[in-house]
Ligand binder design. Structure first.
Ligand code: DC
Length: 201
């Protein structure tokens, strides 16, 4: 039987952490859909056409270890505004969502476009400053040469592009549970997500 948990929200809101914890707790498979757009963006940075890159994405593209840079994040956000790129990636995500045994997908349009019938929908958010600080610490820890200001600017530019685009813009589904993690511990945010899944199972 399938059971889909759709987790959306802006960059660095805590979607990844919550998704991984929910997947581990219930034994569901997890798909970070941002990685698909990052892998496509990385191939565009290397000179490929965006739509062709999206159509021919391979598992090894998602396993690259250079997808978490601010440059690739911006390239991902740009290719993600292209409806043809999005269309090329829909079937894979829908199939993943309905795999037997349950699935958690996190991204921007999971509850609105990819899985409008998901059993659980969460919209995870946090203030700009909190998200920028979290992402800054993450990138700094990886040894990347970033400043708080550059990370803040990068997140704001991406959120604006992801929210304003015509194709599947970032927005909460009408029936999503809103989780603002600005002043919440990771443990509390994960507990709230798990409680929602328990309630719907
Ligand atoms: O989640 P992330 O920061 O890794 O995502 C990178 C970019 O990919 C994001 O800025 C917008 C795009 N994206 C999208 O348009 N739809 C999704 N479901 C996931 C990501």
């Amino acid at each position: 039987m399938s059971f889909t948990v759709a987790i959306d929200g802006p960059a660095a809101a805590g979607k990844g952490t919550i998704s991984r914890a929910v997947a581990a707790r219930f034994g569901f498979a997890h798909l970070d859909t941002g990685l698909i757009y990052r892998a496509t963006g990385a191939r565009v940075l290397a000179g490929e056409d965006a739509e062709a890159a999206a159509r021919t994405l391979r598992p090894e593209d998602l396993a690259r270890d250079d997808l978490r840079t601010p440059e690739v994040a911006q390239a991902a956000s740009k290719v993600a505004a292209n409806p043809k790129v999005r269309a090329a990636l829909v079937a894979f995500q829908k199939e993943f969502a309905r795999r037997p045994g349950g699935a958690v997908l996190d991204g921007r349009d999971i509850g609105t476009v990819i899985c409008p019938d998901a059993e659980v929908k969460l919209y995870v958010t946090a203030s700009d400053l909190v998200r920028a600080e979290r992402r800054f610490l993450e990138l700094q820890e990886k040894g990347l040469d970033v400043t708080r200001e550059s990370v803040h600017d990068e997140l704001r530019a991406r959120d604006a592009r992801d929210s304003a685009r015509e194709a599947a813009p970032l927005k909460p589904a009408a029936d999503a549970l809103m989780l603002d993690t600005s002043d919440m511990s990771i443990a509390d945010a994960v507990a709230a997500a798990i409680a929602r899944v328990e309630a719907r199972r």
